[in-house]
Design a protein around this ligand. Structure first.
Ligand code: ADP
Length: 473
């Protein structure tokens, strides 16, 4: 089976969040199962220079969209068993940011069409093109519109994974012809609620739609979670599946992680305290093993439940703990962490930035990991935390519900601490329970063991994806 992942990000080349993690790790896991899995993404200038030196130029062609004929270079690199392709165009991808540019619609329409043209150039015709989120949602639309008459493209099936339904790629309908090169016949496919909605078009045009956890697959059928798309998804429930993400257990491995002060496993969990001390030192906090450290690594967005922290900031500040948050995002949340740190110097650190290295130090050094997301399609951070023996405190929603089971002190089952309703005082109560458990050594040992022995690898999810692909033939 041949599968091509078309994505706007894939680790280790470029990652702004979970999408990058998934498109880096899932193809690798599929390749382990014998699939010829390849990945294609834009060649952003912000990709690390050392990774760029491994790329080889394959050739170039022009991509035609509307009246434009645009240069497209193709580079390739191989990581393990996975072949990567990169679509090069300086005008579109030589930008400081991956997203949020004024012409994102054009940048990703170009990418979607370039991917289809590239198949011809490299003579690789996959059975499945696996697209991801709104950025590549035009790909099945273009495939059906312009390529099906060529027998090499005729039998390609498409799978769309929705990593976060909040982001849909909404644009003024006026750009349908000029930017997307599609005539009026495609208006109803892409139009929703007065806008061109790329994700809506992708959901309709793709042969199968998946999302990143079983609970989220149910949740997005309701108005509360769908950001308006439940009416589109409901009649297409027959082609909607939920597969819980895994994590890259090679990258996120406390036994080998080069970024942390001391490597450890469950058997040598006592070494985790070196990482805690080092983290406390680096953050200029009191170095004590008896004070529970709560970590956060997150986008600073409303979806991540930061409002709950704002609401009970004073109560949290009064608890016997230290809190270290790493994140970037909306400026009002960044200011919140700056001012909280300022008013609570002995306990709180808000590290504003995006740093994989710092993230790993927090996963390894913290005792607890707070993730009070209002909505969470899957969430990877809670799984990474557990892999490092750091106990998640989560709001039971979406993928958090599917991966974190509340610890039961009687049966000693469960791998984390959960709260059921999205409410600041319920979160506060969960944090207090977590601190109590931290001080109850036999319980804490059992909880940590459960967390660290969980299987968060991609093996099982990869097998589920293979079954989904097979259903299409
Ligand atoms: P989302 O994709 O919604 O941001 P996920 O939990 O699915 O959330 O994935 C987030 C990924 O991005 C994790 O690997 C997490 O460690 C990483 N991450 C998030 N914020 C930062 C940051 N500020 N610095 C480094 N890594 C981050």
């Amino acid at each position: 089976m041949k599968v091509l992942f078309a994505t706007s990000e894939a680790a280790p080349f470029i990652k702004t969040g979970g999408l990058g993690d998934v498109c880096g790790a899932l193809p690798k896991a599929l390749a382990e199962e014998g699939v010829d899995a390849r990945v294609i993404l834009p060649l952003y200038t912000c990709i690390d220079h050392t990774l760029k030196t491994q790329m080889k130029f394959l050739g170039s062609f022009d991509v035609s969209i509307s009246w434009r004929k645009t240069y497209c270079g193709v580079f390739t690199a191989t990581v393990g068993k996975v072949i990567y392709y990169f679509i090069d165009n300086e005008q579109y991808y030589s930008r400081p940011n991956v997203y949020g540019e004024y012409d994102d619609s054009e940048r990703f329409a170009f990418f979607s069409k370039a991917v289809l043209d590239m198949l011809n150039m490299v003579d690789f015709f996959p059975n499945i093109i696996h697209i991801n989120d709104w950025q590549t949602s035009l790909l099945p639309v273009y495939l059906n519109a312009f390529y099906r008459s060529d027998s090499r493209y005729a039998s390609i099936k498409t799978v769309l994974s929705i990593h976060n339904i909040e982001f849909q790629g909404k644009y003024n309908p006026i750009i349908l012809g000029s930017i997307f090169g599609l005539d009026i016949n495609y208006r109803s496919l892409l139009l929703y609620d007065g806008d061109i909605n790329l994700l809506k078009g992708g959901i309709e045009a793709a042969d199968m739609v998946t999302t990143v956890s079983k609970t989220y697959a149910d949740e997005i059928l309701s108005p509360e979670f769908s950001f308006g798309l439940h009416n589109i998804l409901h009649p297409r429930k027959y082609k909607l599946r939920g597969v819980v993400n895994g994590i890259d257990t090679t990258v996120f491995n406390p036994a080998t992680d080069p970024h942390i002060a001391r490597n450890y496993t469950y058997e040598t969990i006592r070494f985790k305290s070196f990482n805690k001390k080092q983290l406390q030192k680096e953050m200029a906090l009191e170095q004590s093993n008896d004070i529970p450290v709560i970590g956060m690594v997150t986008r600073l967005a409303s979806q991540k439940g930061i409002d709950l922290l704002c609401e009970v900031m004073n109560e949290l500040s009064g608890l016997p703990m230290q809190l270290i948050a790493l994140g970037t995002g909306e400026s009002h949340y960044e200011s919140f962490f700056y001012s909280w740190e300022h008013s609570c110097r002995d306990k709180v650190r808000g590290y504003i930035g995006f740093s994989a290295e710092m993230a790993q130090k927090i996963y390894a050094g913290a005792d607890l990991f707070l993730m009070p997301s209002k909505m969470e399609p899957c969430g990877l951070s809670q799984m990474i935390a557990m892999r490092y023996g750091t106990i998640p405190i989560v709001h039971a929603t979406g993928g958090l519900k599917d991966t974190v089971e509340a610890f039961n002190p009687v049966t000693k089952t469960g791998n984390g601490i959960t709260f059921q309703s999205y409410n600041a005082y319920d979160m506060l109560d969960a944090v207090k329970r977590a601190i109590d458990l931290f001080h109850n050594k036999p319980m804490w040992r059992a909880l940590r063991k459960n967390a660290m022995s969980g299987d968060f690898s991609w093996k099982k999810p990869a097998q589920e994806y293979i079954e989904i692909y097979q259903q299409l033939f």
